[in-house]
Design a protein around this ligand. Structure first.
Ligand code: HEC
Length: 249
């Protein structure tokens, strides 16, 4: 009897414990999951404004706030619309924002050959390799409309894209886009757009000098056209090479 009585509390104690601790564990787990869920939820869906989203907080209804007075730009200010778009007041600008030097044209030619010639061709006739493989053929840069287009138009097309042509703003820097636009103008002039007579005197003389280096000047009765130093007599023609011994007749 004593043994039975002694056993009862033990049995009662050992029977109650797993139940109570299981309940406690469950409550704790639920509390933990509710609390941590709450945290995650808050972090994911916190109050914030997305770009251009309307706001009920600010009186003007716009979530984008104006810059405080006297803010100093760090990096590109982009204050001059024409430099970054090629357009001013809705019209393409006539000149690049910097003087077009030989160096600028060299850079423009290099960038044009890399980024544009695959479609527009090296001379800008619109017959690049990609076009010969089936891509839409662009208008030739020697088309009258594009000959008359302002330099800013070429900059704008590179910046915005045009029809099926994508924008090249991400690959080609602003300065390089202006260099390319300047080079396109030079390309247009090179393909029959300018005559020697239209060039400034200094440029005409430089070209005449270049040409006389390439070929002997033609004999002329005009004394001013003959060079000061007489042309060297033509070198004797070398004897024709004997036929290659292994050539099949
Ligand atoms: C992947 C081929 C491709 C490349 C590369 C490309 N273009 Fe084009 N471009 C086109 C096509 C195609 C058109 C005509 C688009 C249309 O009519 O839908 C075009 C049109 C143009 C026009 C004519 C806009 C007009 O008024 O008709 C200009 C200017 C131009 N591109 C300049 C450039 C310059 C500068 C580059 C180099 C930075 C370049 N493109 C690179 C395919 C290309």
């Amino acid at each position: 009897m004593a043994a039975a009585r002694a056993e009862a509390p033990v049995a009662a104690w050992s029977g109650a414990t797993p139940l109570r601790s299981r309940a406690l564990a469950l409550v704790l787990a639920m509390a933990f999951s509710v609390l941590t869920h709450g945290c995650r939820h808050d972090m994911q869906n916190q109050n914030k404004v997305r770009p251009y989203r309307e706001s009920v907080f600010f009186p003007d209804g716009s979530s984008a706030r104006p810059l405080p007075a006297h803010t100093v730009a760090q990096g590109d200010l982009r204050a001059d619309e024409a430099v970054y778009t090629g357009i001013r007041g809705g019209r393409p600008v006539a000149d690049p924002p910097f003087p077009v030097t030989r160096e600028v044209l060299r850079r423009g030619r290099e960038r044009f050959d890399i980024f544009c010639s695959p479609c527009h061709g090296r001379v800008g006739d619109g017959r690049g390799m990609i076009v010969t493989r089936g891509y839409k053929q662009p208008t030739s840069f020697h088309d009258d409309r594009l000959r008359q287009a302002q330099v800013g138009w070429f900059f704008s097309v590179m910046t915005q894209g045009f029809g099926v042509m994508p924008s090249y703003a991400a690959q080609v820097s602003v300065a390089d886009r202006w260099a390319i636009a300047s080079y396109i103008r030079a390309l247009q002039l090179s393909q029959g757009g300018a005559t020697l007579g239209e060039l400034p005197e200094a440029a005409r003389q430089a070209i005449a000098g270049d040409l006389s280096e390439i070929s002997a000047p033609p004999v002329s009765s005009n004394p001013q056209a003959t060079p000061a130093t007489p042309a060297a007599p033509p070198a004797p023609k070398p004897a024709p090479a004997p036929p290659h011994p292994r050539r099949i007749p």
